[in-house]
Structures are given as structure tokens and as C-alpha cells.
Design a protein around this ligand. Structure first.
Ligand SMILES: [Mg+2]
Length: 170
């Protein structure tokens, strides 16, 4: 069964450090500034009709009743202010939870115990890599022409182009 077909599927989103900035504990009634990328993602999910829930230890059973009450009020207020609506708040995972977004989670590949590794590349670095790849491809195309004999007389030019590409110069 795919996760899209699980009945009552919901997405859990951690609060501190995931949806709201966290720079150390400042009290149960304090919640950090919204993290725009995560807020926008949630708004997109809600627009698609998905069930999104705040998943936070702030309301875990070890908290006192008073602290839990304070947390629920603070989170509800924060959600209205930053997402425009209330989201369910839970600290309990069940079989309908299809995703959990959390700054502490380490994702593992199912049934293997192997961590799923992601390579974090800045957008600018990614564009540089694409550019470099295209430069190298162009140089290789040129080299192939030389190997074919098409560019026999221009050998020094082809070699210089390849050298420039390898050095990362335009
Ligand atoms: Mg967190």
C-alpha cells in the first residue's frame, strides 16, 4: 500500500528547530520565529487538502498539566499568526503518520538500517556544477572530433579548449 493510500494519512511537523526557529529554551510560552521554507511547504500541503499536524515534545506526557496547557495555547496562537489556521498538535505517532519532518530525525532506508544520505549543495554551487559539466561535455565533443580526424589541423586549439575546460576557465 502506498503512503498516499493510507487511510487518514497525516504529515507530522516538529515545531522547535523545524517549523519555528529554536535558539535555546526560553519558556513554554515562547515559540521562535517562523521558518519560511517550512511554513510555505505546510501551506502548500494544506492547499492540497493534506492533514498536517504539529508533532512536538512540548506536550509529551512528562510535562505538567499546566505546562501542556500553556504549550497548547502558545502553539495554537502561533499557528493562527503564522499559518493562518489552527493545526492539530500531537506527540503521538500512529500508523496513519506517513511523513515526519524533524530536525533530529535520521532517515533510514526501509528494511536495511542504512541511513539515507543527502548531499546538501547550495543552489549557486549546483549551477556551477552544471556549468562545469557542460564545459567538459563541449570539450569532450571537440576531442571526439579530433579523434575522428575531423579536426586534425586544429589539434592545438582543441587541446587548449580541453585544458581550459579542465581548469574550470571559460
Ligand atoms: Mg526540533
Amino acid at each position: 500500500m502506498s503512503k498516499d493510500h493510507i487511510e487518514n494519512a497525516w504529515i507530522g511537523v516538529d515545531l522547535d528547530g523545524t517549523l519555528a526557529e529554536y535558539h535555546g529554551w526560553k519558556g513554554m510560552d515562547h515559540i521562535g520565529a517562523p521558518i519560511p521554507a517550512m511554513v510555505d511547504r505546510i501551506k502548500g500541503w494544506l492547499a492540497e487538502g493534506k492533514d498536517v499536524r504539529i508533532f512536538t515534545a512540548r506536550i509529551c506526557p512528562q510535562q505538567s498539566e499546566a505546562d501542556t496547557d500553556t504549550a497548547l495555547r502558545a502553539i495554537t496562537h502561533w499557528c493562527f499568526a503564522n499559518i493562518g489556521q489552527q493545526l492539530p498538535i500531537t506527540c503521538v505517532k500512529d500508523w496513519s503518520m506517513v511523513e515526519l519532518w524533524d530536525d533530529r530525525c535520521i532517515q533510514v532506508e526501509a528494511n536495511t538500517g542504512e541511513p539515507v544520505r543527502r548531499v546538501k549543495v547550495k543552489c549557486s554551487e549546483y549551477l556551477d556544477l552544471i556549468e562545469e559539466r557542460e564545459r567538459l561535455r563541449a570539450a569532450l565533443r571537440r576531442a571526439r572530433l579530433y579523434v575522428d580526424g575531423t579536426l586534425g589541423p586544429e589539434r592545438p586549439i582543441a587541446v587548449a579548449e580541453i585544458d581550459r575546460a579542465m581548469e574550470g576557465k571559460k
